[in-house]
Design a protein around this ligand. Structure first.
Ligand code: FE2
Ligand code: FE2
Ligand code: FE2
Length: 419
């Protein structure tokens, strides 16, 4: 897939999660840096393997987005680490292409003596990750008072001798903590990322992962996202788009609302109609996502994604583009987004009936806001499109709920603090 490089897939996933809260990803990046430098001291890895480990290490706390309060790191890392470790493991194993490494996340806060060895190929790396993340947390918390040899007190009980030796080596050889202090580690991470190689299949799955991150905020938003992906895909087919353009609409639809992750859940799930101020804030989601998409993804895909609230008569946002500057592909996503909003459940109102949806869409097309041909195509195939979209949204939600169910069967509702 030439629409995005492997390196940019990683950056996009990381920055999408930063829209929710940047702390776990900043911690993940610094931990990833320490981890990679320790692996370099260990030796025996190809550069693309180090790049894969960097991705895993950056995402090692992804579970915390679902299970914990982001600001309460001391609790989820040290006092009660299993909820975020378990949810992160389930998410990486079931949603992303990082399946084979996912157990590293499950055991990243487990004493070295308890990490399984027989059937786990990454046991040694997990021990190293465990020390890298603890070193990052304490280095940040203690500042000048930090001494990396402090972890020797738990040698052989929590941290392995090999991992502790590798941290010593990374300090001696690379002066790693100075590079964290002056931020120069970021340039080194950039160099490692150049070696990231994903297959097209993996890239596709990672972009779907980015869409699944919308579920960290709310399941309603995930249903909306999957519905509009399906509606726009079926419309592209029915309107006989060239295969390349069809694909561009598909990728644009997957990521078109990731900017919503930067909007507080209290506003998105508000049972009342939004105030003017709240609506102005919601509108910023497009420019926020444009910032992280530009220069990373194919410019036409970005243009389709970021025009989903534009309207042909210029009344849309954020740029007020008019029909002359809007392509068919952009208009397809606009229609899909509106149709999704009308057909999916909203906290502040009942779902519209089919007749009401058709009436609203017809009015939008007649008043020159939505493309008439695309609107007619949707209305003609309403039943087929909506039943397929509901089916796909239910399937996606099932995958998501299955993660929650497995998680709750071990930890119960009380640990799942965001729910
Ligand atoms: Fe961590
Ligand atoms: Fe953690
Ligand atoms: Fe939107």
């Amino acid at each position: 897939m030439e629409y995005i490089s492997s390196k940019n897939i990683f950056l996009l996933l990381r920055d999408t999660l930063k829209l929710i809260d940047r702390r776990p990803m900043d911690h993940g990046s610094r931990t990833g840096y320490l981890f990679c430098k320790m692996l370099e001291c260990k030796g025996g890895y190809e550069q693309y393997e180090i790049a894969d480990f960097l991705m895993l290490a950056t995402l090692h706390d992804i579970g915390a987005y679902k299970t914990d309060r982001m600001g309460d790191r001391l609790t989820y890392e040290f006092k009660e680490p299993m909820p975020h470790s378990s949810y992160g493991f389930l998410f990486l194993k079931n949603i992303t292409p990082l399946e084979s490494m996912a157990r590293m996340v499950l055991y990243h806060r487990v004493p070295c003596t308890k990490i399984p060895r027989d059937d786990f190929q990454y046991a040694a790396e997990t021990e190293i990750l465990s020390l890298a993340e603890a070193a990052e947390v304490y280095h940040l918390a203690l500042g000048e008072g930090f001494d990396h040899t402090m972890f020797r007190r738990q040698e052989g009980t929590f941290y392995s001798t090999e991992a502790l030796d590798l941290l010593d080596a990374a300090v001696e050889r690379f002066d790693v903590f100075s590079h964290l202090n002056d931020e120069s580690y970021q340039n080194e991470l950039d160099e490692i990322l150049e070696y990231m190689i994903f297959t097209n299949e993996d890239k596709k799955k990672f972009i779907q992962t980015i869409m699944f991150c919308i579920g960290f905020r709310s399941e309603t938003s995930l249903v909306d996202a999957v519905t509009s992906v399906c509606v726009s895909r079926l419309l592209s087919k029915k309107l006989n788009l060239a295969p390349g353009n069809e694909e561009k609409v598909y990728y644009a639809s997957l990521i078109h609302d990731i900017g919503m992750l930067s909007i507080p859940a209290s506003i998105i799930d508000s049972p009342k109609k939004l105030t003017k101020e709240e609506f102005e804030l919601v509108k910023t989601h497009v420019s926020r996502e444009e910032k992280i998409l530009l220069n990373r993804m194919d410019s036409e895909v970005v243009a389709i994604a970021t025009a989903h609230h534009e309207r042909l008569d210029g009344s849309g946002y954020p740029k007020g583009l008019t029909d002359k500057r809007l392509s068919r592909e952009q208009c397809i996503l606009q229609l899909s987004d509106v149709a999704t909003a009308l057909t999916c459940v909203r906290p502040y109102r009942e779902t519209y009936t089919k007749d009401e949806v058709i009436e609203i869409l017809s009015e939008e097309a007649a008043s020159g806001r939505l493309n008439k041909q695309i609107t007619d195509c949707f209305i003609e195939s309403y039943d087929e499109i909506i039943s397929q979209a509901s089916k796909e949204a239910a399937e996606a939600l099932d995958i998501y709920k299955a993660l929650g169910k497995k998680f709750k069967s071990v930890y119960g509702d009380s640990k799942n603090r965001n729910n």
